[in-house]
Design a protein around this ligand. Structure first.
Ligand code: AMP
Ligand code: TRP
Length: 334
């Protein structure tokens, strides 16, 4: 890239429902960053098959996610939006980096431990080496910043270690990237069990808000969110009994842009019922224009194809440059 703008890379998997957690933890932050950075945002279909996917659904969800990116406000002309499997260099670099990553490092990954407990019938090698594919995603674009939710910071740390190790042997091949978390919303919690992360693969649909849920369903889920019996609207970090209220305050702050303190002050003498109703309304009003744009995009498949085709061309050009550099360094004949 010719100017001084920093490069951003991030991605979401097209598996399951895109939740308010994905939006507040990642996508909303991407929108805020797009003006003064070069941004590449991918739909990482190769990552999603580490867990079994239904082929028809995977196809649908891949396009749905592209629509969500655009509907949330990511400009597809200014930024590179693409589907991971359209850029073969991701899988190619991942293979190389696999040979520069230790099994001990991968065994320590929290997400691997969690997912292998959850899918005991399919603890496949892809699930295990998935952080290496993620490192390849990021390093191919020489990204400076990677905006993600808190749960991904461990993978970014690993990416940095792999890149530093590789650079230590071959010279400056990769830019060392940094993770970047939002101020509010880095970890949106489950509405049903607020000490757990809101997850799109949760079996209980009441635990998460899908960006595509009906508005009355969203409101209902927020109104029935688990809180506590204390009746005090207050933010108390690290106090598990307050996890539900903390979470609702965080969500309210993230969708309105207001500070948690100002929200707490407003609800000092009010009850959970009023508070939840207002959080529900704030979330619905925030999502409303996104949904409208999403519905419009659903009518225009040719436009979406055009976006991902152009995105793949641009991504391929950048990714291939890095891959060639890597191949040369390690002694592959080009
Ligand atoms: P995934 O759903 O695992 O593909 O995650 C996509 C992005 O959303 C990553 O940057 C995650 O860190 C972020 N994310 C997922 N769940 C949450 C959550 N509950 N709170 C905040 N960020 C999240
Ligand atoms: N692993 C990320 C997740 O599950 C998704 C992802 C894949 C990603 N490649 C990435 C995020 C590169 C940031 C950068 O959420």
């Amino acid at each position: 890239m010719e100017d001084n703008k920093k490069v951003i890379f991030s991605a979401v998997q097209p598996s399951g429902n895109i939740t308010l957690g994905n939006y507040l933890g990642a996508i909303k932050n991407w929108v805020d960053l797009q003006n003064d950075h070069h941004c590449c945002y991918s739909i990482v279909d190769e990552h999603s098959i580490t867990v079994r996917q239904n082929p028809q659904e995977l196809k649908k969800r891949t396009l749905d996610l592209l629509k969500i990116y655009i509907a949330c406000g990511i400009d597809p002309e200014e930024n590179i939006l693409f589907i991971q499997s359209h850029v073969p260099a991701h899988a190619q670099l991942a293979w190389v980096l696999n040979c520069y990553t230790y099994t001990g490092e991968l065994s320590r990954m929290t997400q691997f431990k969690d997912k292998s407990k959850k899918h005991t019938d399919n603890v496949n090698a892809g699930l295990y080496t998935y952080p290496v594919l993620m490192a390849a995603d990021i390093l191919l674009y020489q990204a400076d910043l990677v905006p993600v939710g808190k749960d991904q910071m461990q993978h970014i740390e690993l990416t940095r270690n792999i890149a530093q190790r590789f650079n230590g042997i071959y010279g400056d091949v990769f830019k060392i990237p940094e993770g970047f978390m939002p101020k509010a919303g880095a970890k949106v919690m489950s509405l049903a069990e607020p000490t757990k992360k809101m997850s799109k693969s949760d079996e209980n649909p009441k635990a998460y808000i899908s960006m595509l849920d009906d508005f009355n369903v969203i409101a209902k889920k927020i109104k029935s969110a688990v809180t506590d019996s204390e009746g005090i609207i207050e933010y108390r970090e690290n106090d598990d009994t307050k996890a539900g209220v903390n979470n609702l305050l965080t969500i309210m702050s993230a969708v309105t842009g207001r500070s948690i303190d100002s929200i707490v002050a407003e609800y000092q003498s009010k009850g959970y019922g009023d508070f939840k109703a207002d959080v529900a309304e704030a979330v619905v009003e925030h999502i409303r224009p996104i949904r409208q744009r999403y519905d419009e995009l659903s009518e225009d498949k040719a436009y979406l194809i055009d976006i991902y085709t152009k995105g793949a061309e641009r991504a391929n050009r950048i990714a291939q440059r890095t891959l060639n550099k890597v191949y040369k360094k390690i002694g592959f004949i080009l």
